[in-house]
Design a protein around this ligand. Sequence first.
Ligand SMILES: Nc1ncnc2c1ncn2[C@@H]1O[C@H](COP(=O)(O)OP(=O)(O)OP(=O)(O)O)[C@@H](O)[C@H]1O
Ligand SMILES: [Mg+2]
Length: 461
Amino acid sequence: MPDLTTALVLGALTATAVGGLAWRAYAPRSFWYSVAFPIRCVHVYLTWGHVASGVGVSRKRRRLRWSLEPVPLAGAVAEVVRYRRRVRRVDVNRAPRLGLVRPTAFGWRVGLRLSDGQNPDDYVRVADRFAHAWRVHAVRVSSPKPGRVVLTATVRDPLFRVGDLPEPGDLLRVPVGRLETGEAWVLDFRTVPHWLNAGATQSGKSNLANAIIRGLAAQPVALVGFDLKGGVEFTPYRPRLSALATTRAECVALLDDVVRVLASRMQLCRVNGARNIWRLPEHARPVPVAVLVDEVAELFLMADKSEKEEIAKTATALLRVAQLGRAFGVYLFVCGQRIGSDLGPGVTALRAQLSGRVCHRVNDPETANMTLGDMDPAALQAARQIPAETPGVAIVAGQDGQWHRARSVLVGEDDAEHAARAHAHRTPAWAEITATGPVGLDPTAAADYADPASEPPAEAA
Ligand SMILES: Nc1ncnc2c1ncn2[C@@H]1O[C@H](COP(=O)(O)OP(=O)(O)OP(=O)(O)O)[C@@H](O)[C@H]1O
Ligand SMILES: [Mg+2]
């Protein structure tokens, strides 16, 4: 009989274990929310006191505590003592107050009230220790409001496999990958108009450009390419590109065109009393232009002195596009291994205008500094730690004021090429975009944007 019971118990345990493993393998999401997360959550609460004091975020507090004190008995031998209860002040470790632990797709998030005298940096410094204490891949620290920090734990690296992405929705918003938090990484040119995409060779820069081309191909947007690597990167996408420059002379001419487009749009907006093209009525609004530059350093490198003038023109034109583009619907996406002042005058000013930053794997800390600027040192550290075997992983900054670890979805040249061919019919002709012509006053727009002060009073009309 006992043998049968043992067999039954062992059988039930084995079946549960196998079932659990199968559940985790085939439906990891529901397994995480129903089984794994509740267990982790209980563990976090039960061990919080030890973890907080182990990583060094607890604070010492003085508390009154009862204690027993030995009192020698008068006239008795030395070993005989009496104990007396006394109230004493003692130091105790007090962990910061832990908020509600909430599940995320890849881990959990928990808010904390900072103890007096602490700041978020105290937690950033020990994020690694939290990760080890909780046995998770990483812990990120953010501070949504004064006096609070949020610890976001990711159990396994969510960037190991990026998976499917949502379909592109709004104009000029392109889902290109996944953030470490599990959310989609969406490049939004309307929020951040110009982007710098930096990284060492084979780090995934062109793949990200491919993802953007594939995403924008289906939208009513003109795409323009600058590819001084002899056109090998962008020529396959020619059917969806309104213009492509592959030599220095072509670059100068095309940038000239882009600056003329800006000037004519400026005039159009002025005449119609609009501050930017988005305030023009829809029928009068010119098509947005996304300018993609692959290997920007090639635009600035001088083979001999005869190119000096062309390079100076290029630098000035690019800077103008970056300065004026946002209002007039011209957006820049600049890729390069590094974009430093050593490339020539104007480069630093251009970099300052590229407020969206994507830093792929880099070979030296300076490139990370150059790309991410004076951001949180943890972001620079994270950029330097991107391993070579995960191309496409990058540190992204710009959109919400925070930095994120992210990975682009793999978009092979074939995919991007297919999208370019499939949407070739949407390609606006460059001649139409650059045709400045007389910029007329749009009558409806004039009514929409007329200065109310200049209107005649109602009774006079
Ligand atoms: N997100 C990604 N996921 C998986 N593999 C990727 C990803 N991004 C890039 N790769 C792979 O990494 C390799 C290099 O990518 P890519 O050509 O984009 O690098 P790059 O930075 O443009 O290099 P280069 O400076 O030489 O042009 C490609 O073979 C690509 O398949
Ligand atoms: Mg490339």
